[in-house]
Design a protein around this ligand. Structure first.
Ligand code: SF4
Length: 347
């Protein structure tokens, strides 16, 4: 039932609405999205329903969080002329497909999802024993399949989710396609090289660890945060040699600095020729070189957030059109179309 002939393969990706994005989000996903938008027909969505799977008890910030996230997307260079940005809950077809897919998804498939087990064990402060939390991979599958996405950009740890989506698509096609063509193509993962981005305490940069640098942090804040960043623990005094390969600041240099600076860092650190403060100053310069244009692009949207909201509205309208076509095909395949059918008549 391939009714679309896109010039470019379609990519679908989303981010939970958690508010302002940090450097880890940029390096791990957003920077890649910006690059994908010219090569693919990209659909990017603010996953506000997904935010509910863990943060259902307090929704007071959810809309603001979606907005902040969108501002960062636009700031990073996502361009409404080159991709479709929308908000998940404004495209109710995701929910309908989620319901249909939930009917055919065996419970065992969901209980096996590695992130499900992991999060149930690690997040103790919230009750995740909910129907919605167990079912979030089905919602993810609906998000992907409703646009018949060809590719889903993911890190290694998310590959099982794409695999689950493929299994669900296959199962739907097996039950309902009959002699007709399959409704759902099986999406492929598009592996995103995951750069290790440490936070200021050396652990992975994350909102929940409070060790992050926001894309919108003003320069003095960025410099201050980097100044307090942990370093190679073996380098206690200024004249102790250090090792950039075990230092979180060294990891940042690998991402943000050029070869020349990197060579100076290795040489200076290993011979105690430079101090950590100096080394952190260089990394701050290079982080700011990335952040300054992002912050510059954010400004007009910050001053007039309605501009950004309009981008979401227009994107959501476009997404609804595509999603509606798919949902109609799914209904038809299941003999549940809205079209009149005389009693006793068969398709
Ligand atoms: S000089 Fe730089 S790389 Fe070496 S320990 Fe200090 S901060 Fe880390």
């Amino acid at each position: 039932m391939a009714d679309r002939t896109p010039q470019k393969p379609r990519v679908l990706s989303g981010m939970r609405s958690t508010g302002k994005l940090h450097l880890g989000n940029f390096v791990g996903a957003l920077d890649n999205w910006v690059k994908l938008q010219d090569r693919y027909d990209c659909f990017f969505f603010v996953a506000d329903w997904h935010a509910l799977t863990t943060d259902y008890a307090d929704t007071s910030h959810i809309k603001q969080n979606s907005m902040e996230e969108l501002l960062d997307w636009l700031a990073a260079g996502l361009d409404p002329e080159r991709c479709t940005m929308f908000i998940q809950s404004h495209v109710p077809q995701h929910a309908e497909l989620h319901l249909l897919l939930s009917m055919i998804t065996p419970l065992g498939w969901l209980e096996r999802v590695p992130t499900y087990k992991e999060q149930r064990e690690n997040i103790k402060e919230k009750d995740l024993g909910t129907y919605g939390f167990l079912g979030y991979p089905v919602l993810q599958s609906a998000d992907i399949l409703i646009y018949k996405a060809d590719y889903v950009p993911v890190g290694e740890d998310q590959v099982p989710h794409v695999e689950l989506t493929r299994e669900i698509a296959r199962r739907f096609n097996m039950f309902y396609s009959g002699k007709r063509e399959y409704v759902f193509p099986e999406p492929q993962p598009l592996l995103t090289p995951a750069a290790k981005l440490p936070g200021t305490d050396g652990r992975k940069m994350s909102k929940s660890y409070g060790n992050f640098i926001n894309l919108s942090d003003p320069e003095p804040v960025v410099r201050q945060k980097l100044k307090t960043m942990v370093t190679d623990p073996a380098r206690v005094r200024r004249n102790d040699p250090g090792e950039p390969d075990v230092c979180p600041v060294g990891d940042l240099h690998k991402i943000f600095s050029n070869q020349q600076t990197l060579a100076k860092v290795y040489e200076g650190c290993r011979t105690a020729g430079i101090g950590c403060i100096e080394c952190k100053g260089w990394v701050a310069d290079n982080v700011m070189a990335v952040l300054a244009p992002i912050q510059e692009r954010r400004r007009p949207f910050e001053q007039n957030p309605k501009l950004a909201w309009d981008v979401l509205e227009a994107g959501s309208a476009r997404a609804r059109i595509v999603a509606q076509q798919t949902i109609e095909q799914a209904r038809e395949a299941m003999n549940m179309s809205h079209l009149y059918q005389p009693p006793g008549g068969s398709k």
